[in-house]
Design a protein around this ligand. Structure first.
Ligand code: SAH
Length: 687
């Protein structure tokens, strides 16, 4: 059987449906899954174990048999904990077939097959009764169905159903309760991920300001959660406006309602400022007394000794629909609304009577300006990055002449607007693949409707009539395309440039004139955990899982690099950054592949976890922008990364410890190949 998978084609910029092996989907899912990260999460595992032991004891003390329902068993870990703690029987439910199969093997290997029954079903399909999946209802409910937003993986409907059909009244639940906390902050940095700030352009005829349209200013944005490693956000990047308060709790031992609802709290600002963002995280109490607590609280809230790094649970950033000035001591009301799977917030000055009733809550935010559909949060941040804009302005000033005819190829880009203000008197053209509605608001607000023409043709379908029989003298791109996943996918600009060649003047200026791919060997502080084998977890042998992940990672002949926003994942460089490939946009894409082989020397002692790769764009001869490394900040090799871009990480299959100037290995050889037919990069590293 074959399955179809959607994938962006970097040579066409389009989303294509590829026929893949039937196992492709699940290998991808396992290779990129968070199972390894969860098994490495010592704090989580220890606390689940404590909570499960306590729950089993409470049931036993009542003289009852301990019958456990473990929804979403994954590796079977929590069921094995329960069986070890003396549970009489466990029903381990897992909907994802490859995981259910792995759980069967792991349970068997650890000697629990007579105590644990793995059921490969969604919990809502599980039946109870003499002929059912479960003989009887359980009196202990164990789950780990939470995401960073707590409810995004469907925990609420799953609990609602389980209480109705699968567990006894008064059952013990591990975790017993979850609590969501919020804190109101002002943060220019985070607000810049949600609104477009005015862009200042120093043109020859004075300063021009590009403004965002009112439609964008008043837009509530999109409801998708913004989850980040908040612990990487320095305290200088936000101002706390309120104490941390409890927004709501859910008691998992009682019937749970998943229907939409609202929660409201009163806040007394500790400082005057502009309320822009609600930071939020949760904790879970594994037992009713609250003695076994597992918290996602960020560094400024909890002591560092309680710190556990994890990537499967982070913290949330919620953007208020508008920024609201608040005064120290003057109370405000914060409302959290949720549906079954997501949360959103609003702030009010006074207690509105009609809003008092829970349930009378605001609708889930829907983006009206379309900019929030065109630009994701990092893209907003990138467009608001004044340093970056300045580089483009400087470069454009160098190449634009009063008679330039300019074509811009990038998704949702402000480059045509910059080019217009910087003096190209001829009509600017802009290729736009998405959201011309957002740009029509934008052009109207900036009186540019008749100045910039939007071409909705694909590059290969461009005709001279689109261009009113003019030839393009300046071709610009950031480049940026929404379908790009890995840094080199933005090389689609090169393919588009090749497709429009016949419309370019013979001495056309292409900006960026070229790009280069850079590479560096790094040691991660923590990110290595997500791809590292676990062996045993709390005494249980989970190697089957390690093998399964390894097998999935090797499913494609050459291992792939994966995108990660490295500003969230501290690492140190073990080698100098090295340029490995260059791409000359002044020429068309060659027929042959581009490849590079060489060696990279290790300069620092450390564990080589992998290689990081990123693109640098050379706008003009002496102006470049990096989408990766910004700088190495000290002798220890700590790296600073572009905060608006994801970099490519290629994890080595085994970690190499190095100590330069000793007998230990000090160099890697690499082979990197850019296939011009597919737009993909394959790589291989050897010691
Ligand atoms: N319990 C394991 C794994 C947790 S990951 C551990 O703690 O290590 C959550 C797992 O639950 C995933 O494997 C997912 O496929 C499964 N899952 C989520 N909702 C489910 C449901 N309603 N029924 C069955 N499985 C579910």
């Amino acid at each position: 059987m074959k399955t179809f998978c959607g994938r962006a084609n970097p040579t066409t910029g389009a989303l294509e449906w590829l026929e893949e092996d039937e196992n492709y989907d699940y290998h991808q899912e396992i290779a990129r899954s968070r199972y390894a990260d969860m098994l490495h999460d010592k704090d989580r595992n220890v606390k689940y174990y404590q909570g499960i032991r306590a729950a089993v004891s409470r049931v036993k003390e009542r003289g009852e048999k301990a019958i456990v329902l473990d929804i979403g068993t994954g590796t079977g870990l929590l069921s094995m904990m329960a069986a070890s703690a003396g549970a009489d029987f466990c029903y381990a439910i897992e909907v994802f077939k490859p995981m259910a199969n792995a759980a069967v093997k792991i349970v068997e290997k650890n000697g629990f097959h007579d105590k644990i029954k793995v059921i490969n079903k969604h919990s809502t399909e599980v039946t109870v009764g003499p002929d059912g999946d479960m003989q009887c209802r359980a009196n202990i409910l164990v789950t780990e169905l939470f995401d960073t937003e707590l409810i995004g993986e469907g925990a609420l409907p799953t609990y609602e159903h389980a209480h109705k059909y699968l567990v006894q009244e008064g059952c013990e639940a591990v975790p017993h309760r979850a609590t969501v906390y919020v804190q109101l902050v002002e943060s220019k940095r985070m607000w810049s991920w949600n609104k477009l700030f005015p862009v200042h352009v120093e043109a020859e005829d004075g300063e021009k300001i590009i403004v965002s349209p009112s439609e964008m200013e008043n837009c509530p944005g999109v409801p998708s959660v913004c989850d980040i490693q908040l612990n990487q956000m320095p305290s200088s990047d936000f101002t706390v406006l309120s104490d941390v308060v409890t927004m709501f709790s859910v008691d998992f031992s009682k019937p749970v309602r998943s229907a939409s609802t609202c929660y409201r709290v009163q806040l007394e600002p500790v400082k005057s400022g502009k309320a822009q963002v609600v930071l939020s995280w949760w904790d879970i109490d594994m037992d009713p007394s609250g003695m076994i607590n597992c918290t996602m609280a960020p560094y400024w809230v909890k002591s560092t000794s309680a710190f556990q790094w994890r990537d499967h649970w982070m913290q949330c950033v919620y953007f208020l629909p508008n920024e609201e000035p608040v005064l120290q001591g003057e109370k405000v009301y914060l409302t959290a609304c949720r549906d079954e799977y997501s949360l959103w917030y609003k702030l009010q000055k006074a207690s509105g009577e009609e809003d008092n009733k829970a349930g009378a809550c605001v609708e889930s935010p829907v983006c009206r300006c379309q900019a929030h559909l065109l630009w994701n949060r990092p893209r907003f941040g990138q467009l608001n990055d004044q340093n970056r804009t300045r580089q483009y302005i400087k470069a454009l000033m160098k190449v634009l002449k009063t008679d330039s005819v300019c074509l811009s190829i990038s998704d949702g880009s402000l480059l045509p607007v910059l080019a217009h203000y910087l003096g190209a008197k001829q009509v600017q053209y802009l290729f736009l693949f998405f959201c011309s509605l957002c740009f029509s608001f934008f052009f109207r607000a900036n009186h540019l409707e008749d100045k910039i023409k939007i071409l909705e043709a694909r590059p290969e379908l461009l005709t001279s009539s689109h261009l009113e029989d003019k030839k393009i003298s300046v071709l610009v791109g950031e480049p940026f395309f929404t379908t790009s996943l890995l840094p080199w996918h933005n090389l689609y600009f090169w393919y588009a440039r090749t497709a429009v060649t016949s419309h370019l003047t013979s001495n056309v200026t292409v900006l960026p004139q070229s790009a280069s791919l850079h590479m560096m060997i790094v040691e991660f502080q923590d990110l290595w955990r997500i791809r590292s084998p676990c062996g045993t977890c709390e005494g249980f042998d989970v190697q089957t899982m390690d093998d399964m992940i390894k097998n999935s990672l090797n499913f494609r002949e050459s291992k792939e690099a994966e995108p990660h926003p490295l500003w969230e994942y501290p690492c140190k460089s073990l080698s100098d950054p090295q340029e490995v490939l260059t791409f000359d946009f002044r020429k068309t894409v060659p027929q042959h592949c581009l490849s590079s082989e060489g060696s990279v020397h290790l300069l620092r002692k450390g564990k080589s976890h992998g290689a990081v790769l990123w693109m640098e764009y050379h706008l003009v001869a002496d102006i470049s922008v990096s989408t990766g490394l910004m700088q190495i900040s000290n002798e220890k090799g700590n790296c600073e990364w572009n905060p608006h871009c994801k970099q490519a990480v290629y994890f080595f299959s085994s970690v190499i410890e190095s100590e330069p100037l000793s007998d230990l290995p000090t160099a890697f050889t690499y082979a990197i190949n850019f296939n011009t037919k597919t737009g993909e990069i394959a790589m291989d590293f050897k010691l």
